[in-house]
Write a protein that binds this ligand. Structure first.
Ligand SMILES: Cc1cc2nc3c(=O)[nH]c(=O)nc-3n(C[C@H](O)[C@H](O)[C@H](O)COP(=O)(O)OP(=O)(O)OC[C@H]3O[C@@H](n4cnc5c(N)ncnc54)[C@H](O)[C@@H]3O)c2cc1C
Ligand code: FES
Length: 269
């Protein structure tokens, strides 16, 4: 679905990290956690391509926005890393952006009764909030393991706690939570009956996938890749599938087959 969305708020939560809320059509309410949107920052030729962002939250409007003409909102959580996100960070209430959403394959929530373990590195927390909300709505036990370089990279923890999620934090420099990698904090909590959902930098996902395999725990990972079209047409976002060899190529499109994959589907280096 392509639509124009009106920016309702765009707030800097921590240096370089923003949370933006936009209006959305009713159909977006049936999106799944883990799906993403492609956003055109402005009508100019540069930047030409839309930028992909995970759905941080989707919900029905609060009364304070009654009158804006939409019934549903969506939110993204993003880090300013280049031209597109810099322009995005300068948008204000009332500005319009062009969106394609919802795109891709989201998380499989799994059977009820398991313990759901969410692992996020830095801005990789973005798609996990919408997931946590859906899991808590189903009455599930949810734990969040959040990692970053320092305290500025740990975002929205209180929002997760307000949902009733048990949270664990690790930072490389120890400025928040335990000092070290989030995987060190995670490892003792993995046992049969848990299911992992992870999003973050590839080395972190690689470590989580290996840990899950060792513990026999199912694990889904949300991957990032450079995207041009976002809908499976340009093949710009492919990754190697687990059975890929030079003789028998096995590629997966992150935008169409993912961005969420079972960790065993992919080739990890
Ligand atoms: C499915 C998906 C979901 C995403 N969700 C989020 C999200 O929720 N929040 C968020 O902050 N970011 C997210 N990203 C990454 C985001 O799309 C990029 O950071 C953004 O497109 C950068 O645009 P830019 O114009 O600011 O940077 P550019 O000027 O295009 O690039 C700036 C720097 O960022 C690097 N970069 C840009 N895009 C990517 C990428 N896809 N993977 C790795 N490095 C990249 C470039 O190599 C360069 O060093 C997601 C990416 C994908 C594929
Ligand atoms: S971005 Fe074009 S095929 Fe995935």
């Amino acid at each position: 679905m392509q639509f124009k969305a009106m920016v309702l708020s765009n707030v800097e939560l921590s240096p370089g990290y923003f949370r933006m809320r936009m209006t959305a059509p009713q159909e977006l309410a049936s999106s799944a956690p883990g799906q993403f949107l492609m956003l055109k920052v402005n009508d100019a030729i540069d930047p030409l391509l839309r930028r992909p962002f995970g759905l941080f939250d989707v919900g029905s409007f609060l009364p304070e926005y009654a009158g804006c003409g939409a019934q549903v909102y969506c939110e993204i959580l993003y880090k300013v890393v280049g031209k597109g996100t810099k322009l995005l960070s300068a948008l204000h209430h009332g500005d319009l952006v062009d969106l394609l959403a919802p795109l891709g394959k989201g998380f499989d929530l799994g059977p009820a009764g398991e313990e759901k373990v969410l692992v996020g590195g830095g801005v990789g927390l973005a798609p996990l909030y919408y997931l946590a909300k859906e899991l808590k709505n189903r009455g599930e036990k949810v734990r969040l393991f959040a990692g970053g370089r320092n305290r500025d990279d740990i975002l929205c923890i209180t929002e997760f706690e307000r949902l009733g999620v048990e949270t664990y934090v690790a930072t490389d420099d120890g400025t928040l939570g335990e000092r070290g990698f989030v995987t060190q904090v995670l490892e003792p909590h993995l046992a049969p009956g848990t299911r992992i959902f992870a999003c973050g930098p590839t080395p972190m996902l690689n470590a989580v996938a290996k840990m899950a395999q060792k513990s026999g725990v199912p694990c889904q990972v949300s991957m990032e890749a450079y995207m041009a079209c976002g809908v499976g047409a340009c093949l710009g976002c492919v990754m190697k599938g687990a059975n890929h060899t030079e003789e028998t190529p096995d590629y997966r499109c992150v935008c169409k087959d993912g961005p969420v994959f079972d960790s065993f589907e992919l080739q990890w280096s």
